[in-house]
Design a protein around this ligand. Structure first.
Ligand code: BJ8
Length: 382
């Protein structure tokens, strides 16, 4: 396979390059809204004329500062996100005019109380179950509440037409990203899991969605043409791995690189950043708020109880991507994903008859050796 198109590098560097872009946007008078979770209905933020940017902390750097206010025994994603706001070390947090979070896990929602003292903060009350009709009503009301907050905060009016336009644009992005990550279905896959992750991550930091969608289209076409002509650089004997569990931005080097340096290739990410949010579109034929509430409430995250949707999604993905092993990643002190490992393990081993391993880690380098030993033993066994 030849070198990647330059557009690929652009996506994988998007987080770094976005710092300058976000500064430029601010100078042009654009509002920036910092978000933390896949449940955030970004369509409403776009409809207000603002741009959403992901503030999920992915580095251990600000964690010691965060631990002045937060307990040590807390998920690194929460501590890192808070630490960046506290220390003003992350330009995205620094430039955000408003932060929007949801009552997902206990750690996040309690941390938002402190974050609200540093930056203007709006918290959406997320229902914790998907099987009650009144849950959907609550969530739709929360959508309307967010819309009103944005209108007031930014002195704008958000019409249904504005919402429909942003829903369409986000759906286009989802369809393109579905096509992109489906390149992992090829045997052998067209690109490594590490490269795939970097592109998917980069879309959270591309602010002009129209331009971004054109670039993704071009990149997919180039990758497909290249695969046809030159094949792939991924080893055809590499074991096909699906990664599920917590968001992995802060652990991708430690986990994905290790999988791929030890005879495996990640062909599918079920977690946030991967398929979880992108698998379902927003219904463009319905009332926009109704459709947004339906779509976002159906995201199968472990903060939902029960979380049957995750098993359904895993079931489909394991078959479609011809998975040979499942790696379930939990960030330390994430109770919901940690508890759900039993259900996932039972499902993968007993119902899908596929090897499974769970990994609990944080953002430090302390356990790199142990992770390498465990992952290489797992892949060798496949
Ligand atoms: S939709 S996965 S982004 S909540 S912060 S739950 S790791 S203890 S991030 Fe998440 Fe939204 Fe769900 Fe996705 Fe655990 Fe940490 Fe909580 Fe976390």
């Amino acid at each position: 396979m030849s070198d990647f198109p330059s557009i690929f590098n652009e996506f994988s560097e998007a987080r770094k390059n976005g710092f300058i872009k976000v500064k430029d946007l601010k100078e042009q008078g654009k509002k920036v809204v910092g978000v933390f979770c896949t449940y955030t209905p970004c369509e409403i933020i776009y409809a207000s004329g603002a741009v959403p940017v992901s503030l999920c902390g992915m580095s251990e750097e600000p964690i010691p500062d965060a631990e002045r206010d937060l307990p040590k025994n807390l998920c690194p994603l929460i501590k890192s996100s808070y630490g960046f706001a506290l220390t003003e070390k992350c330009p995205y947090t620094y430039f955000s005019d408003l932060l929007v979070g949801e009552t997902t896990c206990d750690g996040k929602k309690k941390m938002y109380e402190y974050l609200g003292k540093i930056k203007p903060m709006h918290v959406m009350q997320l229902p914790q179950a998907q099987d009650r009709e009144h849950g959907l009503k609550v969530w739709k009301n929360e959508m309307i509440f967010l819309k009103e907050k944005l209108e007031k905060e930014f002195d704008v009016t958000i019409s249904d037409e504005d919402l429909r336009k942003s829903i369409k644009l986000k759906n286009e992005e989802r369809l393109l990203l579905q096509e992109f990550y489906s390149l992992g279905k090829l045997v052998p896959p067209a690109i490594s899991g590490y490269e795939m992750y970097k592109v998917l991550e980069g879309t959270g930091f591309s602010f002009d969605k129209k331009e971004q969608n054109n670039n993704i289209r071009r990149m997919i076409d180039d990758l497909k043409a290249d695969y046809e002509k030159n094949g792939t650089k991924v080893d055809k004997n590499a074991k096909r791995i699906l990664v599920t569990g917590c968001p992995m931005g802060g652990t991708v080097d430690k986990v994905v690189k290790t999988i791929e340096e030890n005879g495996g290739v990640v062909v599918c990410y079920e977690n946030c950043g991967g398929v979880k949010e992108k698998a379902m579109l927003v219904d463009e034929s319905k009332d926009p708020m109704e459709a947004l509430a339906e779509k976002y409430l159906s995201i199968p995250c472990s903060v939902m109880a029960p979380n049957d949707g995750r098993m359904e999604l895993l079931n489909t993905l394991i078959d479609e991507y011809k998975i040979e092993g499942v790696v379930d990643l939990t960030l330390q002190a994430c109770h919901t994903y940690n508890i759900e490992t039993k259900r996932v393990r039972d499902f993968v081993i007993n119902e899908k008859a596929i090897p499974y391993m769970s990994l609990e880690t944080d953002y430090s380098k302390a356990d790199i050796g142990q992770i390498k030993t465990r992952i290489s033993a797992f892949i060798e066994m496949l």
